[in-house]
Design a protein around this ligand. Structure first.
Ligand code: ATP
Ligand code: MG
Length: 139
């Protein structure tokens, strides 16, 4: 059975363009409930920890520099089939390939600066949710 929670981040590019609120509104309109949310900023070290799976990829350095370059909104979201439905809502990693109406099509700039993160599995959704939020902060 698929899980019902996922973890998102509104990335620094979208925050710099003042799109944080619009993106959260789109997420709620699509039927996701906010279980936890905070405005925060990742240190280079914390960004490296979050994206450790990509350590060997050529874009890793650029990715963690970017993700620690400014504030983000982190949020745990709840909905049936949350991981897959949220990835449909945000669209392809590269906004040039993202479907019309998706968050990345609307707000992303490039494959690196792509406005939002979405967990890629139920297992990672749990790990990533617990990375940002204590049990007491998850409603
Ligand atoms: P995310 O994990 O942020 O939701 P994703 O699952 O669509 O994105 P991943 O393959 O997990 O994509 O890559 C993680 C992030 O690394 C991407 O969102 C993007 O910001 C960055 N990235 C991926 N591929 C490239 C690339 N070729 N060049 C630069 N940055 C990249
Ligand atoms: Mg990913």
């Amino acid at each position: 059975m698929s899980g019902n929670r996922t973890l998102t981040m509104v990335k620094p590019d979208a925050m710099r363009k003042n799109h944080g609120g619009a993106i959260l509104a789109k997420i709620e309109e699509a039927g996701f409930r906010l279980v936890a949310t905070k405005l925060t900023k990742l240190s280079l070290e914390k960004a490296g920890e979050f994206y450790a799976v990509h350590k060997e990829r050529p874009f890793y350095g650029e990715l963690i520099e970017f993700m620690s370059s400014g504030p983000i909104i982190a949020a745990i979201l709840e909905k049936d089939n949350a991981v897959a439905d949220f990835r449909t809502l945000i669209g392809a990693t590269n906004p040039a390939d993202a479907a019309e109406g998706t968050i990345r099509k609307l707000y992303a700039t490039s494959i690196g600066e792509n406005a939002v993160h979405g967990s890629d599995s139920d297992e990672n959704a749990k790990i990533e949710g617990d990375f940002f939020f204590s049990k007491l902060e998850q409603f």
